[in-house]
Design a protein around this ligand. Structure first.
Ligand SMILES: Cc1cc2nc3c(=O)[nH]c(=O)nc-3n(C[C@H](O)[C@H](O)[C@H](O)COP(=O)(O)OP(=O)(O)OC[C@H]3O[C@@H](n4cnc5c(N)ncnc54)[C@H](O)[C@@H]3O)c2cc1C
Length: 451
C-alpha cells in the first residue's frame, strides 16, 4: 500500500490529511484502504493560525477552537504521530522525528523513523526578527497559541496594575496637554497581522474597562502604536485598502508610524533608525516571516533566502519527485502575480488551494499519470478590524477586477474564510452546527477571556 506522510497539520496540511484519509483511508472500516495516510505534527491539537491575533487580544478562547489531531485522524481514516521533524533520508525514504517529551522533559516516546513513498512537507513559517538588536528577547511573536496566550496574560496584568495604581481617572498629560497612555503596546509590522491585532486590542481595552477596570480610560490610557518600515501600512495590499484601513485605525485611536525602521527593542522601549524612542510596555513583533530552520538541513533539498523549500509547478521539490511542499514553507513561483518573479504569498488562502490541488494530483500519482501544474488564484485579501469592521479587496472575473469592500459585508467574507476551513475539515453540515455553537457560546461567555 502506498504510504503518504504529511508533516505539519496546519491550514494546508490538516486539510490535505483529512481529505486524503477520506478518499484513500478506511475510517468506517467498510471499505479497504487504498493508501496509508499519516499526519505528523509537533502539537497534539490544531488551531487555524489566522485566529491567533484574536487569542492574543483575548476575544477568542483557543480551547474552544482547538481540534485534537488524534480524533480527526480517527474520524477521517488517517494515522497521526506526534513529533518534531528532525531530518529526512531521501535514499531510504525515511523521516526522522524527535522524541516526545512530557511536561517535565521526561521521554514518552523516543526518537523514531517513519518510511514514506510520498512525503508532503507543510510545516508553515515562523517569525523573522531580521537580527534586530533585542527584538527576539524583548518582544513577543504570534506563531503559536502559547505565545498568543502569554501576550494576553501580560496585557491583562498590565491593565490591572495600571488601574489599581491610578487613584483617579488618568489626568497625566504631556506638555501640550494631551493625555499620555498608562500602558503602551507597540506592534512592529504594519502587515495584516499587526493591523488586525491593533484593532482587536482597542476592543479588549473597552471590554476590560466595562469589566471592572473603571479607572482605565480605554481610548487614552491604553496606547497602541503600529510601526511600519514602509511608507504605508498593508504594503502587500492595494493602496486604497491601505488608505481606508489607516483611516479606520486612526478613528480607533491607533497611532500609526510609517517609514520608521526599528533598530533596537529593549524591555520598555523601541529605538528607530531615525533616532526616535517609543515607550513600549509590551512589544509584539509581526514584521515578517521565514521558513523553519530545519528545512535547510533536509538531505540536500534546495531552499530560497527565506528558507522555504523551492518547488516546481507540480509542488514537487526541485530535486526530489517523491517530496512535495505546500503552504508557507514552499517557494512556489507565481508567474501571473502583480510583480514579476514573485512567489505565491504566504496566506491561508494559498495553503487551502494547494491542499485541494494536491488531493487531485496525488491521486494521479497513484495512477502513474502525469502531474498538472498549480496556479494560484488570488481572490483578494481581507483584513479584520475586530468587531468594528473589516476591509479588503475582492478580485476575480465575476466582479471584473479588484473591488474595495468594507463594513459588515467584508466582515462576513472574512469570517467565511475560517468557515471554509472548518467545512474542509468536517463537511458543510458540521460547519453549520459549529457556527451555531460558536454564536451560542459567545452569548454566554465574557467578551474577553480573563483567566
Ligand atoms: C496572527 C496571524 C493572522 C493571519 N491572518 C491571516 C489572514 O487573515 N488570511 C490569510 O490568508 N492568512 C493569514 N495568516 C497567515 C496564515 O496563517 C498562514 O499563511 C497559513 O496558516 C499557512 O498555512 P500552512 O499550512 O503552510 O502552515 P501553518 O498553518 O502554520 O501550519 C504549520 C503546522 O506545522 C507544524 N510544525 C511546524 N514545524 C514543525 C516540525 N518541525 N515538525 C512537525 N510539525 C511542525 C505546526 O505545529 C503547524 O501545525 C495569518 C497568520 C498569523 C500569524
Amino acid at each position: 500500500m502506498h504510504r503518504f506522510i504529511i508533516v505539519g497539520g496546519g491550514a494546508g496540511g490538516l486539510e490535505l490529511a483529512t481529505r486524503l484519509g477520506d478518499k484513500f483511508g478506511s475510517a468506517d472500516g467498510k471499505r479497504a484502504a487504498r493508501a496509508r495516510v499519516t499526519l505528523i505534527d509537533r502539537n497534539s491539537t490544531h488551531i487555524w493560525k489566522p485566529l491567533l491575533h484574536e487569542v492574543a487580544a483575548g476575544s477568542l478562547d483557543p480551547f474552544s477552537q482547538e481540534l485534537p489531531y488524534a480524533a480527526q485522524a480517527r474520524w477521517h481514516g488517517f494515522e497521526y504521530q506526534q513529533g518534531d521533524l528532525l531530518g529526512i533520508d531521501r535514499t531510504a525514504r525515511r523521516v526522522t522525528l524527535g522524541p516526545l517529551l512530557d511536561d517535565e522533559a521526561g521521554e514518552l516516546v523516543p526518537q523514531r523513523d517513519l518510511e514514506y513513498d510520498t512525503l508532503i512537507v507543510a510545516i508553515g513559517s515562523t517569525t523573522a526578527f531580521f537580527g534586530v538588536q533585542g527584538a527576539q528577547e524583548n518582544s513577543l511573536a504570534l506563531d503559536t497559541v502559547d505565545q498568543a496566550e502569554l501576550f494576553r496574560k501580560r496585557l491583562i496584568a498590565a491593565c490591572i496594575r495600571a488601574d489599581y495604581r491610578a487613584p483617579e481617572p488618568s489626568t497625566a498629560s504631556t506638555d501640550a496637554g494631551v493625555k499620555q497612555p498608562r500602558i503602551q503596546v507597540a506592534i512592529v509590522g504594519g502587515g495584516a497581522t499587526g493591523v488586525e491585532l491593533s484593532a482587536e486590542l482597542r476592543n479588549t481595552a473597552q471590554v476590560l474597562h466595562a469589566y471592572g477596570l473603571h479607572k482605565l480610560d480605554p481610548k487614552h490610557d491604553v496606547g497602541i502604536v503600529l510601526i511600519e518600515a514602509g511608507p504605508r501600512i498593508l504594503p502587500a495590499l492595494p493602496e486604497r485598502v491601505s488608505t481606508a484601513t489607516a483611516e479606520l485605525l486612526q478613528k480607533l485611536g491607533v497611532q500609526l508610524m510609517t517609514s520608521e525602521t526599528v533598530a533596537e527593542v529593549s524591555r520598555d522601549s523601541i529605538r528607530t533608525a531615525s533616532g526616535k524612542t517609543i515607550a513600549a510596555d509590551l512589544t509584539v513583533w509581526a514584521a515578517g516571516i521565514r521558513a523553519p530552520g530545519v528545512l535547510s538541513t533536509l538531505d540536500g533539498l534546495t531552499t530560497n533566502r527565506l528558507g522555504q523549500l523551492i518547488v516546481r509547478g507540480t509542488l514537487q521539490t526541485e530535486i526530489d519527485d517523491n517530496i512535495f511542499a505546500l503552504g508557507d514553507c514552499a517557494a512556489c513561483a507565481w508567474p501571473g502575480g502583480e510583480k514579476e518573479g514573485r512567489n505565491v504569498p504566504p496566506r491561508a488562502q494559498a495553503a487551502h488551494q494547494q491542499a485541494s490541488f494536491l488531493l487531485k494530483s496525488l491521486e494521479r500519482r497513484l495512477e502513474d499519470k502525469p502531474l498538472p501544474d498549480y496556479t494560484y488564484r488570488d481572490f483578494g485579501s481581507l483584513v479584520s478590524l475586530g468587531h468594528f469592521s473589516a476591509v479588503g479587496s475582492l478580485m476575480g472575473g465575476l466582479i471584473g477586477g479588484n473591488m474595495l469592500i468594507e463594513g459588515l459585508f467584508a466582515r462576513f467574507m472574512y469570517q467565511s474564510l475560517y468557515r471554509m476551513h472548518i467545512a474542509a475539515l468536517h463537511g458543510w453540515a458540521r460547519m453549520a452546527l459549529d457556527t451555531v455553537a460558536h454564536w451560542l457560546r459567545r452569548s454566554t461567555a465574557p467578551r474577553v477571556k480573563l483567566h
